[in-house]
Design a protein around this ligand. Structure first.
Ligand SMILES: [Mg+2]
Length: 118
């Protein structure tokens, strides 16, 4: 698991995730600011895994997860969630999300999740 794409509408979140991933020797192939763009990038680049924000304009994380899993049932998708999104998290589990990281980001949590998907 060495290549990733980051799908998140928040520039700050994208840059924090990129820094953590790159510091741990993951290659970030692309960033996308909404689910539609993210799904296009997924099809084009077929990364080892994706970090996918739940709350985004145009196409949210749940819809994007559905499309990615339809395209590639083995896709490894790490959902990015915030407090109070339990319902969406349950939905994402049913749809096959691999793991969850919560905002605000905690480097240690992200690193242990990356180790768990290796
Ligand atoms: Mg968001």
């Amino acid at each position: 698991m060495r290549t990733a794409i980051i799908i998140d509408d928040s520039k700050t979140s994208r840059s924090i995730l990129r820094n953590i991933l790159e510091a741990n020797n993951y290659e970030v192939l692309a960033e996308a600011t909404n689910g539609e763009e993210g799904f296009d990038k997924y099809q084009e680049l077929q990364p080892d895994f994706v970090t996918l924000d739940i709350t985004m304009p145009v196409m949210d994380g749940i819809e994007t997860l559905t499309k990615i899993k339809e395209f590639d049932p083995d896709a490894v998708v790490i959902m990015v969630t915030a407090a109070g999104q339990k319902q969406k998290m349950l939905e994402a589990i049913k749809l096959g999300a691999a793991e969850f990281v919560t905002k605000p980001f905690e480097t240690g949590q992200i690193i242990s999740i990356l180790e768990s998907i290796e």
